[in-house]
Design a protein around this ligand. Structure first.
Ligand code: HEM
Ligand code: SF4
Length: 578
């Protein structure tokens, strides 16, 4: 008998994982659907469902309404549909639209890993939903849980005029190799892979457990495309940008390398001791691993040595929203990118976008890491007309920098760990900023995240804000803490926590003050990243506040917000993972 009472959270999850591969449990899911929500045992609700991309949905109050660091759940689910490399056909999108209309209150979210997430799905609807997805070659397997998550890739792979290579076949292969594979159903925690052949590193390789970016070497006079390899990146409460290994990964070595790293992660017992420290990055952060040691261990596992890495060209200050009309590498064709404000899209919009992709193009669409939607292979002559149609359905091909650059995580609307509401807030924030700073001329990444877990990736934004609670007139209200100057690529750095926090209602004013200061004192050609870099935290805080202010801690002291304080609550819950 197991003494379950004395188990830590990690021990419990490890025990549950050892006793069942949830991917073998489809019949159980069908039975729950027949017998109703009450028949679902806690181990499915809290753990096994995630392997099917299914996660209990918060009741709208977020973490504050619950206990033990987790908010209360409703009797329905969020369901994450996995879209490897963001490649989507019109038929698939139409199916998602129909399922959204039928089972998900008519709304869906495009996520930062190129997935589409539904909410409000009941247990009764789940089997039919999974079957409908399967009929069009989609699934939710491996979209949540301690497994390989959606393999991300450049959303314009194969059409980008400037790409080094189309790496999407590798992303799809990697996905097939790991998602749903019983050998890899039990990892210490989530495992994220991105592979790209583009020059601007669209899928953020630096924040993945495995990040592969195309590069070229010349061997005996012949150019050869291969990959740089970064490992152990991740955000969450303790961000770590992936360590580059000294290896040139040839095309045929990519899958063995990924498999080797997946095995290394899977077999790392030390990572199974604490859910909060179970990601690959903790080998580097806590266990003293180095890039050299990691490479050696990887080579031992794959049974060959990689050639030494070659010089690469990380992208400088680039903007990767893919919004607008862009020429493809194929003569006469364009892709048209629409900004989907904070990823929120309706069933009607998806249906219409799918129809437009058929009418104006080859029926191929892409989802992006900035929560946007693209239609590819559009005849150049049709591009303007398509753009107008997309604008007309509220998927903006034009749009302000704020509209294009804002992304948001799930927030209290659906997430049990959330401290703040994020999606409506982000829409309001964008409207406010458009009004306050019309014609603002710089691209910017404005990332809104509802708790320290950073699903909205505030660490890599120009302006990243993470949700807190503040007491105003004796009432707890939503608030945000500011991190500034995050960047990936050549100037990689996580955003600096600058010690400024304000109620959500004051965020537009604070950002307006900051950006006005930038517009007033920027040097010729200076972009936001450079502006933030040449100012101290104290100065940036003053710009945000409009007057000198002392730095505040990121989280409230426990006494000011109930027993544990919402910030702490969400962190305590860390590890139970999305
Ligand atoms: C300990 C708990 C959690 C941690 C540490 C965590 C962390 C993260 C991080 C860092 C990302 C960024 C994705 C990337 O790497 O590119 C992410 C993605 C995401 N998270 Fe979480 N998360 C947690 C729990 C949750 C929960 C409870 C929800 C909602 C109910 C959620 C919803 C999402 C969504 C929608 C995405 C988009 C990515 C996807 O499609 O996989 N997360 N999470
Ligand atoms: S960052 Fe926090 S609030 Fe947002 S989805 Fe992730 S866990 Fe939920």
């Amino acid at each position: 008998m197991t003494n379950t009472a004395a188990e830590s959270k990690a021990q419990r999850v490890e025990r549950l994982k050892r006793s069942k591969n949830p991917w073998e449990g489809l019949e159980e899911i069908r039975r729950f659907a027949r017998e109703g929500f009450e028949s679902i045992p806690p181990e499915w609700l809290g753990t096994y469902f995630r392997w099917w991309g299914v996660y209990t949905q918060g009741d709208g109050a977020g973490v504050t309404g619950g206990q033990g660091g987790e908010g209360r759940a409703l009797q329905c689910f969020m369901v994450r549909i996995r879209i490897p490399n963001g490649l989507l056909s019109s038929e698939q999108l139409r199916t998602i639209a129909e399922l959204t209309r039928r089972y998900a209150h008519g709304i869906a979210d495009i996520t930062v890993r190129q997935n589409i997430q539904l909410h409000w799905v009941t247990i009764e609807a789940l089997p039919e939903l999974l079957e409908a997805l399967a009929r069009v070659g989609l699934n939710t397997t491996s979209a949540c849980g301690d497994v390989t998550r959606n393999v991300t890739g450049c959303p314009v792979a194969g059409v980008d005029a400037d790409e080094i290579c189309d790496a999407s076949p590798l992303a799809l292969e990697a996905s097939r190799m790991l998602a749903g594979n019983a050998d890899f159903y039990n990892m210490p925690r989530k495992f994220k892979i991105s592979i790209t052949g583009c020059r601007v590193w669209c899928p953020y390789p630096e924040i993945n457990d495995v990040g592969l970016t195309a590069t070229t070497r010349v061997l005996r006079g012949t150019p050869e495309v291969g990959f740089s390899l970064r490992v152990a990146g991740g955000l969450s409460t303790e961000p770590y940008l992936g360590a580059r290994l000294n290896g040139f990964v040839q095309w045929h070595q990519v899958l063995p390398a990924i498999k080797g790293i997946a095995e290394l992660f899977r077999d790392s017992d030390v990572l199974r001791e604490h859910r909060e420290r179970a990601r690959l990055k903790f080998l580097f952060l806590r266990q003293g691993w180095t890039a050299e040691g990691f490479l050696q261990e990887l080579q031992r596992r794959v049974g060959f040595e990689f050639d030494p890495a070659v010089e690469e060209a990380p992208p400088a200050d680039v903007y990767r929203d893919h919004v607008g009309i862009h020429l493809q590498k194929q003569p006469g064709l364009c892709y048209v990118g629409a900004a989907v404000l904070r990823g929120r899209i309706t069933a009607e919009q998806m249906q219409a976008a799918a129809d437009l992709a058929d009418r104006f193009a080859s029926g191929e669409l892409r989802t992006t890491n900035m929560q946007n939607l693209l239609i590819v292979n559009v005849l150049q002559a049709n591009a303007e007309a398509l753009a107008k149609e997309l604008d007309a359905i509220g998927l903006r091909v034009g749009g302000s920098s704020f509209y294009r650059g804002t992304i948001a995580c799930s927030g209290t609307e659906f997430c049990k760990l959330a401290i703040t509401e994020t999606k409506s807030f982000s829409r309001w924030l964008v409207e406010e900023l458009e009004e306050r700073l019309p014609g603002f001329d710089q691209h910017l990444k404005l990332h809104v995240t509802g708790c320290p877990n950073s699903c909205g990736q505030h660490w890599i934004a120009d302006i990243g804000i993470d949700g807190k609670k503040l007491k105003v007139d004796g009432r707890l209200v939503d608030a945000y803490y500011f991190c500034l100057g995050g960047a990936l690529g050549l100037h990689q750095a996580t955003a600096r926590p600058v010690g400024y926090r304000c109620p959500a209602t004051e965020v537009p004013e604070a950002i307006e003050r900051l950006l006005r200061q930038y517009l007033t004192v920027r040097e010729a050609g200076e972009n936001l990243r450079q502006f933030f870099a040449r100012h101290t935290d104290t100065e940036l805080r003053e710009f945000l506040a409009g007057a000198p202010v002392d730095a505040v801690a990121r989280d409230l002291p426990p006494a000011s917000a109930g027993a544990a304080g919402p910030g702490k609550l969400a962190q305590a819950a860390g590890g139970d993972g999305d």
